[in-house]
Design a protein around this ligand. Sequence first.
Ligand SMILES: *Cc1c(COP(=O)(O)O)cnc(C)c1O
Length: 446
Amino acid sequence: MFTLDPDEQPTQWYNIVADLPTPPPPPLHPGTGQPVGPQDLEPLFPPELIAQEVTTDRFVDIPEPVLDVYRQYRATPLYRARRWEAKLGTPARIYYKYEGVSPAGSHKTNTAVPQVYYNSLHGVKRLTTETGAGQWGTALAYATALFGVDCEVWQVGASFDTKPARRTLIEVFGGTVHRSPSRLTEAGKAFPEGHPGSLGIAISEAVEVAAQDPETKYALGSVLNHVLLHQTVIGEETLKQLAKAGEAHVDLVVGCAGGGSNFAGLSFPFLRENLVNGKSTRLLAVEPASCPTLTRGEYRYDFGDTAGMTPLMKMYTLGHDFVPSPIHAGGLRYHGMAPLVSHAVCEGMIDAVALHQSECFTAAVEFARTQGVVPAPESSHAIAQARIEALAAKEAGEEKVIVIGLSGHGLLELGAYEKFLAGELEDDPLSEAALTASLQSVPTVG
Ligand SMILES: *Cc1c(COP(=O)(O)O)cnc(C)c1O
């Protein structure tokens, strides 16, 4: 295990925008078609986060009160997966960066804490948000408890119904949970009661409530530039930990991608090393075959939510109407992808693959039985792809260095493991017909 001393811990977040050869396309106002200005975002976000959304500074200082909370669980450990390597019989050296040690059990705490902190500076009384699998709702509820802000969470119906423990955990931290689609918003009422919901619908509900109350703001757990920025502590720590492990070169960084935040947080500092310091690490995002945004979506302007209330973002999208099948990796069921990750994929700086959930659980169980960590169903996608790469290295007799982003633990997702172990887990890849239909909802822009 590789840790960092307190004085080695990153005190700044890294902004990839400063090092990109071409700037990413700006978000557009849905009414005017013009780039969104800071004033358009003011009803939803505090000024510091709006500034971070558009900054071109290479580094942004982490405020002391945020560092103070980070110190509770960071630096997160980097492990070498020696027993798993032995089980696979691979010459590859496999490392995993483990974010499951955070209070919420995933990387989401890294952005929940600064988001709540900045809101608390401006007298915000309440934050609304969506949550898919429940990890983001948990992280935000924890952070609001620290800074004395109320927290209201719209949880995607399919998750709400199957993961009651997540709801309880959010309530333990003081948050309030609604099943989405709810009867509390116009966006929710557009759907029948009992509808399985989607992240897109839940975002519409949370945004609608925040936009109507001056003392309420909205927090998003992924996708936006400032969220990705906050997550870069993962990659910055990993670079230092790998140096301690004596690894001068990394062949592959692999992570799961739902909205793109944990993947970006781990991989963007490595992308900087590729762009600026002549390194050549392959960066690989893994998504579910049921929600294959990067591998089968189109790179176009689309809304971030189902009701079309957010700015238009240029991103890989399956269409904002897309309702993915209720796979267990709830955090990966999003129709779009972070514009920064999308841009880097389009420019060939990041690769993407899609996997079926059954092969992900197979790899996750093998990983648990060798390394003792039960991965979140989302993280299992990164593990399954790393397994494929490690076996390919064995085949080729190559000593590859592989780094996995293990974004969270799966101890509250044991229902999914139970189904898998009982042989009841089904793969539900997106059909061509369903893809064509949902892409119809992408607006024509410009
Ligand atoms: C939310 C979540 C994800 C997916 O979100 P990203 O923004 O793509 O990181 C992945 N893993 C875990 C554990 C999560 O909680």
